[in-house]
Write a protein that binds this ligand. Structure first.
Ligand code: SF4
Ligand code: SF4
Length: 169
């Protein structure tokens, strides 16, 4: 049986936005409207995630085996719009995602993409095939990002410290 982690619970409830989860009365309107819950036939379940966070059941939320519970959310904001209690689900899930990153449990496709932005200033670096296609379509040349500025901004967010060392060049 999962145990209650009061520190974790207080961490969420002590957050200005996270504390809105205290108003959840488990009506499941969020899960009914969530597109990810629909396509995964309930495997992803925002109502359950909110309940687990409210109860402080940390071990049901974190750990590599539970990664989809947090990272399945596409941040479409539908749940926020339909929640009758104005629970800020998406923001609460962002808090959980940030904790998952701190624990080194973020899925590699997220950290890999963040590393690419850190290195190239964009999620999809320019490639000769893309350049050729743009020329064929008569599209203008794309300006290279100012990497000094991009790095300065990302360092201010402490992104490089949070990425797995193996992904940094
Ligand atoms: S819609 Fe709001 S009140 Fe209802 S279960 Fe979801 S978070 Fe809780
Ligand atoms: S923001 Fe996430 S949890 Fe909410 S409806 Fe969209 S995918 Fe589902």
């Amino acid at each position: 049986m999962a145990t209650i982690d009061f520190d974790f619970r207080n961490q969420i409830l002590g957050n200005e936005i996270g504390n809105t989860l205290a108003y959840c009365y488990q009506c499941a309107t969020c899960s009914g409207a969530c597109p990810v819950a629909q396509v995964t036939e309930g495997r992803y379940n925002p109502r359950r995630l909110i309940l687990d966070a409210l109860l402080g059941l940390k071990e049901k939320i974190f750990g590599p085996e539970n990664a989809f519970n947090i990272w399945g959310c596409t941040v479409c904001d539908t749940c926020d719009e339909v929640c009758p209690q104005k629970v800020e689900l998406t923001e609460i899930f962002t808090l959980l995602k940030n904790m998952s990153v701190e624990r080194g449990e973020a899925p590699v496709h997220y950290t890999g993409q963040a590393s690419t932005v850190l290195e190239h200033g964009k999620a999809i670096p320019m490639q000769p095939a893309i350049e050729r296609r743009r020329t064929q379509l008569g599209l203008p040349e794309i300006m290279a990002p100012d990497m000094d500025e991009v790095k300065k901004l990302l360092e201010a967010t402490k992104l490089p410290e949070k990425l797995p060392k193996s992904e940094l060049s």
